[in-house]
Structures are given as structure tokens and as C-alpha cells.
Design a protein around this ligand. Structure first.
Ligand code: GSH
Length: 209
């Protein structure tokens, strides 16, 4: 869809959420302008609860300009939609390869949950449990990547999906914690220098820490 005919996009976010960050990465990668509003998940506003069926971020409000606003939720769905309505594709054309990519996007979601659990852990043991689970997943994911990105040099929606988790793990490693666990993200280092990832909001937040 040419930029002039594109709907306008408004993303609802929480500043620590790896799932929103995936959508920010995709929007930046596809050079799509968007508005962003941050909410406090500990005190969700009523207008947000009215539009978010799961009460979770990200939510993408899509305005087609005909007085018609559609609300999308679930980062993987949002990202595929953004990809489909913009030029070029971040998923393979071949059906089997596309299904394979979607399967690993789902897997990356579970890894993002582990890193989120690490971030919000109330005690050391629950943080260590989440880290062990992340470690197992990274070992499996590592066997799938062509390197430096999931599909060799071509950036894909799998990279957008896994990057927020890898950024957090790399950041923790730089701080000296969990160095051994972070080794698994090393072959994937190319993703952290990809410009759309660098330009994502959470990336800036991580870099400031
Ligand atoms: N499967 C969802 C997960 C989204 C998610 O878990 N978001 C968290 C923040 S990172 C959230 O909104 N949690 C609020 C809650 O569960 O009440 C997606 O991919 O979009």
C-alpha cells in the first residue's frame, strides 16, 4: 500500500513491555509513522480496558480515515498486518517456510515471557527459575538460526519477535549477571545492531541504564 493510502496507526504501550517493542521494531523497520501512548499497567485506564480484550499491550488502533477505527491486539498479529500493508515482506513467500517462521515467532513469545518474568521477579529464586527457562529456549533457538539473523542476512519478523528478549539478556550480561546464559545470544549479535531495533523505544531505555 503506498504511504498516501495508508491508515494511521496509534500504538498503546507500556515502557518495559517486550511485546510492544516487537511492534515498534516492525513499524520502524517498515518506515511507518505512528503515534504511541504509554499507560501504567498497574493502573490501567478505563478507555484502555474498553478497547483491549485481554487488558494487555500492545494494542494498535488503525484509523482508515473513513471514521472507521479498528483495534488490533497480539504483537504477532499486529506485526503481520503491518508487514502486509507495507512494501516488501518480512516473511518468506514459501508457505512451509512462512509456517516455520510463525512457529519460531510463537517460540520467541515464550522467551519474551521468561525475560519479563525475570524483570518483574519478586525474589531471587523466581528470577533464577525464569532465567533457567530462558536459557533452555535460547539453546533450542540457536540451532534454528542461519546467522547472523534468523534467515541469514535478511531481517524478518522472527528477528523482530526475538530481539527484545535478546537485548535484555545482552544487557544483563553487560552488567555482569548471567554471563554464561547470554553466550547463547552471541551468534545472533547482528540483530542488536540492526537499525530498526536500535531505534525502538525500549532499546533507548535499555541503553540508558
Ligand atoms: N501475547 C501477547 C502478550 C502481551 C503481554 O503479555 N503484555 C503484557 C506487558 S509486557 C501486559 O500487557 N500485561 C498486562 C496484564 O497481563 O495485565 C502479545 O504478544 O501481544
Amino acid at each position: 500500500m503506498p504511504p498516501a493510502d495508508r491508515p494511521s496507526f496509534h500504538l498503546i504501550s507500556f515502557n518495559l513491555c517486550p511485546f510492544v517493542q516487537r511492534s515498534v521494531i516492525t513499524l520502524r523497520e517498515k518506515d511507518v509513522p505512528f503515534e504511541i501512548t504509554y499507560i501504567d499497567l498497574a493502573d490501567k485506564p478505563d478507555w484502555f480496558l474498553d478497547i483491549s480484550p485481554f487488558g494487555k499491550v500492545p494494542v494498535l488502533k488503525v484509523d482508515t480515515g473513513e471514521g472507521d477505527e479498528t483495534v488490533l491486539f497480539e504483537s504477532a498479529v499486529i506485526n503481520e498486518y503491518i508487514d502486509e500493508v507495507t512494501e516488501g515482506s518480512l516473511l518468506p513467500g514459501d508457505a512451509l517456510k512462512r509456517a516455520h517462521a510463525r512457529a519460531w515467532i510463537e517460540f520467541a513469545s515464550a522467551l519474551a515471557v521468561d525475560t519479563y518474568r525475570m524483570m518483574v521477579a519478586k525474589d531471587e529464586q523466581s528470577c533464577r527459575d525464569a532465567a533457567a527457562s530462558a536459557h533452555d529456549k535460547l539453546a533450542k533457538f540457536e540451532k534454528q538460526i542461519e546467522g547472523p539473523l534468523f534467515r541469514g542476512g535478511a531481517f524478518s519478523l522472527v528477528d523482530a519477535a526475538i530481539a527484545p528478549a535478546l537485548q535484555r539478556i545482552a544487557w544483563w550480561a553487560r552488567r555482569g549477571w548471567g554471563r554464561r546464559r547470554a553466550e547463547h545470544s552471541a551468534p545472533y549479535a547482528g540483530s542488536s545492531v540492526h537499525c530498526s531495533i536500535q531505534r525502538s523505544a525500549a532499546s533507548r531505555w535499555l541503553a540508558s541504564k
